[in-house]
Design a protein around this ligand. Structure first.
Ligand code: HEC
Length: 244
């Protein structure tokens, strides 16, 4: 039989194995050349501020992603519950992205500004104090732990290497000013990361305790920003008009 001759002839077997692998390889590699066209450019999307970035890292450290996804699928029920479906551009500065598929708790892609800061603090400290039927574990140490931000520059430098436009040079900073305006650009400047982190935490005092900078400040800053960058009012009319 033809197949047997393939299996007993190692030269042929290697040749056809290579062909099969290259087809698979091409299917994975070719789309990478078109990535710039595939990921729609969306106004408002920007990299995390230093405080939000620190919060995102705490989100990962605590394993929040084991129960929470951050990707709203384009289905009617998801749209009604969570809002506009997630766009690829919204996670383009997320390394690693937090899409996930495990939803023990609700999707968090658009949780930003849905609740007050005080609600998040109470909920993270003891979820059942605000949602009696909750099975989410408490994270009381976030309020006790001082926020260690000594590594913030290194964290931003690492992301810069993956293509996130955090600025190190004056040219990069100027490019950010042109793209995002001076206020946002100042927060993306690696050389001013410490000041910007402290400034943001003091300005809003996310954890409710103005005397301390805690891990809670960073995590709440991150949660409150999720899904708030893009103005979806113009998209709602288009993509989901048929549901209204
Ligand atoms: C064991 C699973 C589990 C883990 C781990 C977990 N959560 Fe939850 N989370 C839930 C469940 C279940 C709910 C829904 C009940 C409630 O609101 O407490 C929820 C609700 C929430 C909500 C409210 C969402 C909404 O739209 O009402 C937020 C915000 C949240 N979690 C954040 C976090 C963060 C941040 C972490 C990590 C520090 C985390 N969760 C870890 C299960 C989990």
């Amino acid at each position: 039989m033809k197949h047997e001759s393939l299996e007993i002839n190692s030269g042929l077997l290697i040749l056809f194995t290579l062909i099969a692998i290259s087809i698979g390889g091409l299917a994975e590699i070719i789309p990478l050349y078109y990535i710039d066209d595939t990921v729609e450019k969306v106004d408002g999307v920007r990299p995390y501020t230093p405080l939000e970035l620190r919060g995102r890292d705490i989100y990962q450290r605590e394993g929040c992603y084991t129960c929470h996804s951050q990707m709203i699928r384009p289905f009617r029920d998801e749209h009604l519950r969570y809002g506009h479906y997630s766009l690829a551009a919204e996670s383009k500065y997320d390394h690693p992205f937090q899409w996930g598929s495990k939803r023990t708790g609700p999707d968090l892609a658009r949780v930003g500004e849905k609740y007050s800061d005080a609600w998040h603090v109470a909920h993270l400290e003891a979820p059942r104090s605000v949602v009696p039927e909750s099975i989410m574990p408490g994270y009381p140490w976030l309020l006790e732990n001082e926020l260690d931000y000594t590594s913030i520059e290194k964290r931003m430098r690492a992301l810069r290497m993956t293509g996130v436009p955090y600025a190190l040079t004056e040219e990069e900073n100027q490019a950010n000013v042109d793209k995002y305006g001076p206020e946002v650009a100042a927060k993306l400047d690696i050389t001013r990361a410490d000041d910007s982190l402290i400034e943001q935490a003091i300005a809003r005092n996310y954890d409710g305790d103005p005397s301390r900078l805690t891990e809670m400040d960073a995590l709440v800053a991150y949660l409150q920003m999720l899904g708030t960058l893009v103005d979806f009012s113009k998209y709602e009319q288009g993509h989901f008009a048929e549901f209204r």
